[in-house]
Design a protein around this ligand. Sequence first.
Ligand code: UDX
Length: 438
Amino acid sequence: MTLKISVIGTGYLGVTHAACVASMGFQVVGIDIDPEKIALLAQGKLPFYEPELEELLQSELASGRLTFSADISQISQADVHFLCVGTPQQKDGLAADLTYVNSALAAIAPVVKDGSLVVGKSTVPVGTAVRLRNELLSVNPLVDLAWNPEFLREGFAVEDTLHPNRLVVGVTNDRAEAILKVVYSKNLEAGVPWIRADLPTSELVKVAANSFLATKISFINAMAEICEAAGGDVTVLAKAIGHDPRIGNRFLQAGIGFGGGCLPKDIRAFMARAQELGADQALEFLRDIDSINLRARARMIELVRRDLSEDLTGKKIAVLGAAFKPDSDDVRDSPALDISAQVHAAGAIVMVHDPKAMANAAQRFPALQYASSIEECVAGADLILHLTEWKSYREIDPVALKKLVRQPIMIDGRNALDRESWVNAGWKFRALGRASLG
Ligand code: UDX
């Protein structure tokens, strides 16, 4: 069966999904309400940085399988419609803002053809899919709605979409599942585990997975606090517990914690939804996960004060990294930028460098200074903060860098640098959850 597919919302998730599904051989139209974004994508240009995606976008456009349009009527011939719009945190609360999901559904409901399947991919509070399905069927009883959460990581978006570690489909009938099996036939042939669930479970899988990941990170950051108090080393502790396969060594990197467009907002929205359901007690621990995470940022600033002084006025601080994680230009809820802004607010002169995220960072925090090279960033610095673990920062020669700074003090907020080589080069080296050396 040759299915025609539409993707509604061409943000991070939507563009990746559209390009990847086109590369599986389907005819795909990507739709967005932002005509500028659509014009850019139609020229093969990505409005954000993501490894491999721009190349894929260009090759799929050239193949003729992928097109973009701001005109919603272009979806009328599609058999499957993926809803990929954003669900940010509400401005005045913890819950998810469903404005875009609701308006996208309202816009497509009168246009989709009989027999077609709408598939939600956005991360939504549990219960949303059932409500949207009812709303859709009240407009056209001859269509259906399923839910198919997305687990892609920024920096690995293409890899995660083409080779997911599982596919979860929330459906209410066999026909919807059969259609999704056609869409994902290549993945199924490759042996990707397929999990059929009801609508609420499929929505919950996503927030449960992100809550677990956030918990793992905050767990190791709590251990870092204990290590600091007791004179232990959290990096050795993480390695040691990670050898137990029940625990595993991934997501046990202690440091300044998690940020980005997903983990922070998803755990908050999950708590808000649990409260609405009268099950808030079950997720009370997520409040601690959130505070441990934010505390890591405050602990970094304490480390800065310990080496410089309580008063940071006029101190020159060089910051390596602005993105919320490496291989991304995303600065949403970035711990690195949050820390930079806080030391700046405390009076320091802050110079920031990032290989990809500088434009986004400057837009968010125009008061910080931005350097186009590592050397320019650290020139005359009283202290360096390493806040996003880009590969290029791990490759820095500490001997050469020492010649450029005023004082050789490095605080590694990601526990990613080779401490020994920095100490041997004469640096004072500090990190969260480890003893200060030098
Ligand atoms: C996350 C989920 O991993 C993904 O499955 C989901 O679809 C979207 O949310 P992403 O936001 O791209 O993906 O980033 P992720 O790689 O999970 O990292 C999140 C944050 O945790 C980053 O700020 C990262 O620096 C931090 N982190 C990660 C740690 O502090 N320590 C770790 O050990 C791992």
